[in-house]
Write a protein that binds this ligand. Structure first.
Ligand SMILES: [Cu+2]
Length: 490
């Protein structure tokens, strides 16, 4: 049996050492690992930050090192914080033996700064974009987006959280002590064999996306978060390759949903569960003042292109339990010693000007195809994974959009649920399946799940002329195998 007592023996200790105010020695909890808090890389003082893309080893289980990738560390990366209004000078150095890119997922910046497949960073090279931060406070993420290797590089660890802050957000009195009552939570599923990370492959992976039977938060298995017994802000980031989580608390407590990919909602929404697809983020306020422990749990993974579910078909790694319900993160509230003056949830969070549907000048339709070719589509030449029947071609611009215009994109997906992500924009969900959007569709978005057609109202305010923007399925194996297109904005 694996000894899960402590993560500290392994290479992931670099995160734990950065957990500053959290005492790791105070965490008992019978086999749990203290939730690692990624180091905070605050770009505000110098309006700059640097990332080293590197390989290393990480012991998810003590004494069982796995080969992994990370930014400024062996697995995942620091939490980068930038401020609205700043121009942030970035240096990303690639210490890998392979090409990589760093995509600023959700940042509204011109195409040549986006970090997509066109901004390759060769081994040994340094990429130096300057990022103009001009959008409201939000929880974003950054990750590899080198075409054909995105899924493998993200699975190996190339992802991190990117926070945008501004005066309006800071004036709300939301929980804001990083790592204490304001927690970034990167949720991932991974497959282990004998305690070592393995990368499932084969036809099922190409078809369904790479999934695993173990849930990690911030790189820790079986994590436990000690939180103050007050209102706590959770910044959920689905950094998984393919799994859609249906998240709730083990004691069915309700919580407030306050933010989407694009930033804060206009009003907090009381919920008991929330769905989070790969690439999506959700900010929650959870009240721990009663001091009672609770677990964030996920329902079974039902997103499958196969009749009868994944378990019938076996899996690349020979496991059939990756779709099971799982505990994601346990919380243990502790007396915080300081009574928080304003523990209340603000009624109004943000005001925003929504795009006007009557201003839409054009309608486009995207169908995320799997076809029967998807059955054979294990990589190149299978042909089933496309958008509108066309597999991704980096030399083809699929759509040309006028800068400053508003459009309606109708997007649907075949055979299973697909998270569509569009670079360089935020959008609103106008309709879903021909009717009203779901409660969970509201707010400014950059990634939404489609199967039934959804109508997205999009304003294109960022130029993409010298390099195009991408739109793609955020099941990374679908994206790598062709379910991606590109558009210019000029
Ligand atoms: Cu897909």
């Amino acid at each position: 049996m694996l000894d899960r007592r402590s993560l500290l023996a392994g290479g992931a200790a670099l995160f734990a050492t950065a957990a500053c105010s959290r005492s790791t020695s105070s965490l008992g909890g019978g086999g749990a690992n203290p939730l690692p808090i990624p180091p905070l890389l605050d770009a505000q003082p110098g309006r700059s930050f640097a990332l080293q893309v590197q390989s290393g080893t990480t012991s998810f289980y003590p004494g069982r090192p796995s080969d992994t990738l990370g930014y400024n560390g062996s697995y995942l990366g620091p939490t980068i914080r930038v401020r609205r209004g700043d121009d942030v000078a970035v240096a990303v150095t690639n210490r890998l033996k392979a090409d990589t890119t760093v995509h600023w997922h959700g940042l509204l910046i011109p195409g040549e700064l986006d970090g997509g497949p066109h901004q390759i960073i060769a081994p040994g090279a340094t990429w130096r974009p300057t990022l103009p931060i001009r959008q409201p406070a939000a929880t974003l993420l950054y990750h590899s987006h080198v075409h054909g290797l995105t899924a493998e590089q993200v699975y190996s660890g190339l992802a991190g959280a990117l926070l945008v802050t501004d005066d309006e957000e800071q004036g709300l009195g939301l929980p804001s002590e990083y790592g204490v009552d304001d927690l970034p939570l990167l949720i991932q599923d991974r497959q282990f064999e004998n305690g070592r990370l393995v990368m499932p492959g084969g036809m099922m992976v190409a078809m369904q996306g790479r999934r695993g039977d173990t849930t990690l938060v911030n790189g820790a298995v079986n994590p436990l978060a000690a939180v103050p017994n007050r209102l706590v802000r959770l910044r959920l980031v689905n950094a998984s390759n393919a799994r859609i989580y249906e998240l709730s608390f083990s004691d069915q407590r309700s919580f407030y949903w306050i933010g989407t990919e694009g930033g804060l909602l206009e009003r907090a929404v009381a919920l008991e569960s929330i769905t989070l697809a790969p690439g999506q983020r959700g900010e929650l306020l959870v009240d721990f003042t009663d001091g009672r422990p609770a677990s964030l749990v996920t329902a079974a993974d039902t997103n499958s292109a196969m009749m009868g579910g994944m378990g019938m078909m076996g899996r690349g790694a020979g496991r059939t339990d990756a779709a099971a319900p799982a505990t994601v993160l346990r919380f243990e509230p502790r007396p915080s010693g300081q009574a928080r003056a304003s523990g209340a949830v603000p009624t109004l969070l943000a005001s925003r000007t929504r795009p006007d549907a009557s201003k839409a000048v054009r309608r486009r339709r995207l169908i995320l195809n799997m076809g029967m070719g998807g059955m054979m589509g294990s990589g190149n030449g299978g042909g089933g994974l496309t958008i509108n029947g066309k597999p991704f071609d980096i030399n083809r611009i699929d759509e040309t959009v006028k800068l400053g215009s508003t459009e309606i994109w109708e997007v649907s997906g075949e055979m299973m649920r697909h998270p569509i992500h569009i670079h360089g924009v935020h959008f609103d969900v106008l309709t879903r399946g021909g009717g009203q959007p779901d409660v969970l569709d509201q707010g400014p978005r950059d990634t939404v799940v489609v199967k039934e057609p959804v109508e997205l109202l999009i304003r294109f305010d960022q130029p993409a002329k010298s390099a195009p923007f991408m739109y793609h399925c955020h099941i990374l194996e679908h994206e790598d195998n062709g379910m991606m297109g590109q558009f210019s904005v000029a």
